[in-house]
Design a protein around this ligand. Structure first.
Ligand SMILES: NC(=O)c1ccc[n+]([C@@H]2O[C@H](COP(=O)([O-])OP(=O)(O)OC[C@H]3O[C@@H](n4cnc5c(N)ncnc54)[C@H](OP(=O)(O)O)[C@@H]3O)[C@@H](O)[C@H]2O)c1
Length: 234
């Protein structure tokens, strides 16, 4: 039996791409998964796929992670249907117009709200209970754009550097609490988000490759905190 069996996980941005793949990998390990996004129709398709796997239970929650009231409801639903949250995967994210010169303030604000504030709201909603229980794992999906900046992605990179900074600081804050923090930085993954980018003909990663990286971090012995995983295509 997997060491993750019967644990409760919340995966945000699980209606497509990387989040859906993470949710499926976790359910395959017997985890009870709360899948979260704004589009209920897409969430329900992922729910059906997970149910068809026949392992782990799944509950869909329509929520905007940039709205703290939605985030509170998301955690309440997890507790009501399953148990206290053991695993939070902060995956919901948006990559909109990233240049400063474009002046697209509304798109920067959306990225900041979802990619940074959403991550913080989610952590805030589960962390006190994790500390009280002296167990838990927070996985933040950042990006290689949190390690490198191109002229096309200044603002997006800014948000992903922030996610890495939050992961790094939180790991220090949580030393000796029993709560672990993993930052995962994917390179180009074949999802809706990267659709327009041909990546110079190179094979992109599959979303499930990131799902497997999450399972790797979660299944290490309890005293091992895998802090940073970078996954790039060859
Ligand atoms: N694809 C890549 O190459 C790549 C590389 C590095 C990092 N990443 C990161 O990986 C994560 C997942 O991206 P992806 O490639 O899987 O993209 P995707 O297929 O577009 O998925 C994004 C997910 O986030 C959800 N979402 C967006 N805004 C939300 C909000 N305000 N509240 C709740 N859910 C929200 C979307 O669902 P709704 O629209 O229904 O809400 C969707 O489920 C992002 O953080 C992204 O920055 C991606």
């Amino acid at each position: 039996m997997s060491k993750l069996a019967d644990k409760t996980a919340i995966v945000t941005g699980a209606s497509s791409g990387i989040g859906a793949a993470i949710a499926k990998e976790l359910a395959a390990e017997g985890v009870n998964v709360v899948i979260v996004a704004r589009t209920l129709e897409n969430l329900n398709k992922v729910k059906e796929d997970i149910e068809a796997q026949g392992k782990g239970k799944v509950q869909a929650v329509q929520a905007d992670v940039a709205e703290s009231a939605d985030v509170k409801r998301m955690v309440e639903t997890a507790v009501e249907h399953f148990s206290d949250v053991d695993i939070l995967v902060n995956n919901a994210g948006q990559m909109l117009e990233g240049t400063v010169r474009s002046g697209k303030v509304d798109e920067w604000e959306k990225m900041i709200d979802v990619n940074i504030k959403g991550v913080l709201y989610n952590i805030d909603a589960v962390l006190p209970k994790m500390i009280e229980r002296a167990t838990g794992h927070i996985v933040n999906i950042a990006s290689v754009s949190g390690h490198e900046v191109t002229k096309h992605s200044t603002v997006y990179s800014g948000t992903k550097y922030a996610v890495r900074a939050i992961s790094m600081g939180l790991e220090k804050e949580l030393a000796r609490t029993g709560v672990r923090v993993t930052n995962i930085s994917p390179g180009m993954v074949a999802t809706r988000l990267s659709e327009g980018n041909t990546w110079n003909g190179r094979k992109k990663l599959e979303a499930t490759d990131i799902g497997k990286a999450v399972v790797y971090a979660l299944t290490q012995p309890d005293y091992v905190n895998v802090n940073e995983i970078t996954v790039r295509p060859v």
